[in-house]
Design a protein around this ligand. Sequence first.
Ligand SMILES: [Zn+2]
Length: 457
Amino acid sequence: MRITSVVTNLFQPKFNVPTNLNNRSVQNNNLTYPNDVFVKNNCQNFEGAKLQKSTFRNVAANAHLGCVYCGRHMFTNKEKDILSKSLKDVPAKAFTTIMGDFLSYFDDMGITLLNKLDEVATNYPQAKLREVLQVVTPGAEDRLVNRQKEIFKEILDLKTLLPEQQQKELKTLIGASISSVDGEPFLMEFSGKEYSYRIKRLASTMNNTKDAEFMTNMASILSHPIFKTDTPLTPKIIAQVAKLTKTPRLNIRPTTENAKEKIQLHIINKIKQIGERDKNTNIVNLCNISMQRIANIPVNSNFSNKAFIYKLQNILEGNVNQATIEVFANVYKKLPKSSNSIDAFVIKNKTATNQAIINNFLDSYTVTIEHIIPSSKGGENNIKNWALACKKCNGQHGSEDIKTDYPFSRTAPQKYFNTIIQDCNENDLFTPDEVKGMAKNFETTTGIKIDLSELKE
Ligand SMILES: [Zn+2]
């Protein structure tokens, strides 16, 4: 199909991948690195932060380097954007055909989903992706809800491990979650901490960084502990809110009736206005639901794994020991995610646009920087401690000790390092010292020894 060649042409390397040390120009069959912008001195001044990260990620471009854990090829964010933008209007059949060129990027779930889509699309060649997605797995919603409820029950059964107050909080959370997956409205206390966390996440996807920062700053004050206690507001906090929200005359005093609720609503309303102006429905919805919660109105809200886990962790935090936290984690980790359950993917995307569906599908297979030794275990933030991993693998180890229980491909790491070694030997992309550092950190954290005998000094 012609579209295939158009899309693969877009993948011809146009990405600038400056080397991290010199301003040399590097070329091989797969990649060109023109216009190197860094010189050695500049880079040392940066001490390995930020700029190197984005350039390192580009080494995955054009299938040059696979994931260190599973070995599959990875899309860069730029490649993901090109695909989702250029394919958003093609029929589902064309989409599945084009994805056939990228099978080395997908895992079993991705390939199964593509096959299911292709089967339906073949019978309806003009159907759009979102139409096909809606019929691809009959009964998906019921299956998903049943599975979620099983896991909720398992979590609730663990309540005896918690102190009394936390048992109550857990029951409330599970009750609300069941209503949520059943699509029924429920009463849920407003949590400024949760709201601020979610606004921060939504803000990180906005193009306008000024608005994003403005919103994040306004929301952050809602996580102030004063909102969770009976202590009255102080003039200082009110003044701070007036300043943060750019409201010269804020008509609320500590003695005003329901002063706290009024302050909360004032801030949320300001954030909602930005959401409305940017036509960002996620922000507007979150604000609407939050306002309903503050006013004690039952809300109808979609279940979100991330929000659920966040709330559960908040309940556990500081009240139980690490071993108990792990017991809970082992259960909530089983919640179906759109990255590991076709049913969850279909339900999550049932009202999404074609472009969003493609973007969400490719997202699991995009490149991320993996901190080989986690920062929580003292891992440094520099090239020697970075590896490239697909988003799926990167999100998979979590709290597990991957040294004792290595859940990934045993052959992928050596394959990954062979490419890195080649990039060092032939292209000067990395220094031998850096490669040795990466391999050493990798061995420390995974117990897997990397053969560096091909590395030229
Ligand atoms: Zn992977």
